[in-house]
Design a protein around this ligand. Structure first.
Ligand SMILES: Cc1ncc(COP(=O)(O)O)c(C=O)c1O
Length: 398
């Protein structure tokens, strides 16, 4: 096994010293060693990929679809994506020039952030937030500016946005909006989207609109930021959550052609193009009536699970904003449990073998909360809730 020449250890990009491995993964690894642990830590749908989507991938392989595709993705999947965005959210994107197929939404995030940032640029991050945005901003030479939304039911208000803009001015290059939200499940209604768009329209801030959970809204249809602010929005989406296709690694990026042409450079230099068979599967998922029906069936299961977990945890004394989308519960630890969220999550995992992620992993405003993913079978969730109930009741007896 080779060991690195010692001098090389200090020759890396120094911005890597600013970042840590994912706190979610670190906690997940830590609790994985506990025998019989039941983990609701990762945002991973438990469903299998629907058969007709798998067959589209198989057909691509047997048809010898094995050569480099266009860098921005096959036209078939871009056309399916354009149709999907038009049909579901009333958005108009040209498949040839305004859409890039990425390796999961993750590559879209990396592509957008690194394409936009110059050293010292600031990125507004309403928190709690999907933590990946923090290291990607730092490695891209930018500075994350957190806006803690916990006092406003985890919704960024126009006033909070105006205050951040006033405080950080021209240095702000971009804002990340993610709704339905990971980790809170909160989403924004039409009036809220419109009100934020009005504030942002007065600025040159690019909106990185992460709508990866847009198909999983329970009470009302999703409203895209791109509907009200298309000229300065880069939309991120994909099939990971809507079709339980996390391992296929197919995401979408859409925006005005001039911006997409720039983003296409980093995308091309980083990944060349996604995998053909995965793109064929995504075209089937996004472009067919059967693909639409798959998501509806999964969504109704998620909704029943959400209701069960929400009711159980609320009855135990957790304060839970009722999730309107995605598949997470973000719950405030009951006041009679005085440990911080990391100690609480660790103690619960060690004593009663059920694992949630400490809320502080999601940035300011997440302290004192835990996040769990209900993208797990009802039987698993029932067992998890019974272990949680035993832990809480035992804690109250002490
Ligand atoms: C808000 C958010 N954005 C992006 C991603 C990454 O999605 P993908 O698996 O398509 O890269 C996730 C995954 O958990 C997420 O929660």
């Amino acid at each position: 096994m080779p060991h690195a020449k010692p001098a090389l250890l200090s020759s890396f990009n120094q911005r890597l010293d600013l970042v840590q491995p994912s706190a979610i993964r670190a906690f997940d690894n830590e609790v994985s060693a506990i025998p019989n642990i039941l983990k609701l830590t990762l945002g991973e749908p438990d469903f299998n990929v629907p058969e007709h989507i798998k067959q589209a991938a198989v057909k691509s392989i047997t048809d010898n679809d094995s050569h480099y595709a266009a860098s921005n993705g096959t036209l078939a999947v871009r056309e399916a994506a354009a149709g999907f965005l038009a049909d579901r959210y009333g958005l108009t994107y040209d498949a040839a020039s305004e859409i890039i197929v990425t390796v999961g939404a993750t590559e879209g995030i990396y592509t957008v952030v690194t394409s936009l940032l110059n050293p010292g640029d600031k990125v507004l991050l309403p928190t709690p937030i999907f933590p990946l945005y923090i290291p990607v901003t730092l490695v891209g030479g930018g500075e994350p500016v957190f806006i803690d939304t916990s006092a406003n039911d985890f919704v960024l208000s126009p006033d909070m946005l105006r205050a951040a803009i006033a405080a950080h001015g021209d240095k702000i290059k971009a804002i990340v909006l993610n709704f339905p939200s990971n980790p809170t499940g909160v989403t924004y209604n039409e009036a809220e989207v419109q009100a934020l768009a009005e504030v942002l329209r007065e600025t040159d801030i690019v909106v990185i609109s992460d709508e990866i959970y847009s198909e999983l809204t329970y009470d009302a249809s999703h409203v895209s930021m791109a509907k009200y602010l298309p000229e300065q929005t880069i939309l991120l989406n994909g099939v990971s959550k809507s079709h339980a296709m996390t391992g296929y690694r197919i995401g979408l990026l859409a925006g005005p052609a001039e911006l997409v042409a720039k983003l296409g450079l980093i995308h091309q230099f980083t990944i060349t193009t996604p995998t053909n068979s995965a793109m064929a599967a995504a075209a089937e998922a996004l472009g067919t009536a059967a693909g639409k029906a798959d998501t509806l069936a999964m969504k109704s299961e998620y909704q029943a699970r959400r209701d069960f977990v929400y009711q159980t945890m609320t009855a135990l004394g957790f304060e839970v904003p009722k999730p309107a989308g995605a598949f997470y519960i973000f719950a405030k630890i009951p006041a009679d449990f005085t440990q911080d969220d990391v100690a609480f999550a660790r103690d619960l995992a060690e004593k009663n073998q059920v694992a949630f992620v400490p809320g502080s992993a999601f940035g300011p405003g997440g302290e004192g909360y835990v996040r769990l993913s209900y993208a797990a079978s009802m039987a698993t969730l029932q067992e998890a809730m019974s272990r949680l109930t035993a832990y809480i009741l035992a804690g109250r007896d002490d």
